[in-house]
Design a protein around this ligand. Structure first.
Ligand code: BGC
Length: 411
């Protein structure tokens, strides 16, 4: 099944960025910013945005469902049990990715079908019943991000106006909107900075109180956040970015990222106990990256925390300077990676994000990057990953006697 295609340019940049960031000096600089706790960040700026961001500390993406073109790979179904288990595990919000454009009629109204609203209403209701806040996002709108064609922009505005009207009576603290997932290609950070104010105005004409999340271009990369320029007067806005570094580890064996991620067996953190060889057919830069991964010491290894420390520190510093909260709406490691490495990665990323006061949402709950699975006793989060991501949440009741250690089949 064809999955959404990651911008290969972005992936290449990520590889280079990981290489470039692996110097001990840079990691040291990030570590010395350790006093950047959440409280420190809230000094000034968009007060409504800060208030909203406080409710979006630890979240989970319910992916591989509504963001897929109908009838394709979106085969996960979310029910009351998922929301209950996510809340019991200790999450405070869920992100629901939706490809609204598949459910819109033609110009000029671009009417969203009542049936998709019905489905989303049910999910928002299930989240509210558990006290989980919801980030409702617009995912994979490729024609918009690839072209920024005026009719696609009009369709986007019309869509958000309808969504805002539809959810006007849902309390602001229970539901927030994310305007566009992973803008890329024509939708550069600079262009998105120019487009967001009008999009927000169109939405706020229907619901002035709603918190809005906006993402930079470059595939929504967290490293692009410091380039985003938003008018100072734009209030009740949270900036969101994604961070999948070290990409070759987090996406190893992924079917939708091409030759770049053919090599599997990468552990976190590097270096591995015995050298890894790049898979035949991997691009030359991947082979070079793996050489560094095999040989560089832990502090500078591109397959360890050095790959994301600076990106996170820079986004947090921008947040402080601009007076705008930042949320990391996606990070995660594919189920193909070994269980211990996934735990190590989850714990290291969470610690780094929270040290800088950034809220986050892991991608995903029970698909290719799963932290939970269906069991005979219902949906359950893997306990080791739960300890890594939600270390101070109360323990779950013990698993049943027949439950084996978590393993998830790879799609
Ligand atoms: C995409 C998913 C993908 C994930 C990790 C998300 O933004 O929507 O389809 O699995 O990133 O690559």
């Amino acid at each position: 099944m064809i999955r959404p295609c990651w911008s290969l340019g972005l992936v290449f940049l990520l590889g280079l960025a990981a290489l470039g960031r692996s110097s001990a000096a840079r990691l040291g600089a990030a570590v010395s910013g350790a006093s950047d706790g959440g409280e420190v960040l809230e000094g000034w700026g968009d007060e409504d945005g800060w208030r909203a961001a406080k409710r979006l500390r630890r979240g989970i993406n319910f992916g591989n469902a509504w963001e897929a073109p109908p009838g394709t790979w979106g085969d996960r179904r979310y029910r009351a049990e998922d929301f209950r288990a996510a809340r019991a595990a200790g999450f405070d919000h869920v992100r629901l990715p939706v490809a609204w454009h598949h459910y819109q009629g033609g110009a000029p109204e671009y009417l969203i079908s009542p049936s998709v609203f019905g489905e989303m209403d049910a999910l928002v209701g299930l989240a509210r019943a558990q006290g989980l806040a919801v980030i409702l996002d617009w995912h994979h709108f490729d024609r918009l991000t690839e072209t920024l064609a005026p009719d696609a922009v009009a369709q986007w505005h019309a869509g958000w106006a309808q969504i805002a009207r539809h959810y006007r009576d849902v309390p602001a603290r229970a539901l927030v909107f994310e305007l566009l997932n992973e803008p890329r290609d024509a939708a550069t950070t600079e262009r998105m900075g120019e487009l967001y104010p009008a999009a927000i105005r169109a939405l706020r004409a229907e619901d002035p109180r709603r918190t809005i999340l906006v993402s930079p271009g470059g595939g929504g990369g967290l490293y692009e956040v410091p380039k985003l320029r938003l008018p100072r007067e734009l209030a009740n806005v949270v900036v969101t970015g994604h961070c999948y570094a070290p990409f070759l580890f987090t996406h190893q064996g992924a079917s939708w990222t091409g030759r770049i991620t053919l090599t599997t067996g990468l552990r976190f953190p590097g270096p591995p106990p015995s050298p890894l060889i790049a898979a035949p057919g991997a691009p030359a830069w991947v082979a070079g990256w793996i050489r560094d991964y095999d040989t560089l010491p832990a502090e500078t290894n591109p397959g360890g925390p050095a790959s994301f420390a600076k990106e996170i520190a820079d986004a947090a510093a921008w947040s402080r300077r601009e007076g705008r909260p930042v949320h990391v709406g996606e990070f995660g490691a594919i189920v193909r990676a070994d269980a211990v490495s996934r735990e190590n990665y989850a714990a290291a990323m969470r610690a780094e994000l929270e040290r800088h006061g950034l809220g986050w949402a892991w991608w995903d709950w029970k698909a290719s990057f799963a932290v939970a699975r269906e069991t005979p006793d219902g949906v359950r989060m893997d306990e080791a990953l739960r300890r890594a991501l939600l270390p101070d949440a109360p323990a779950l009741p013990p698993a049943g006697p027949t439950r084996a250690r978590f393993r998830h089949p790879v799609r």
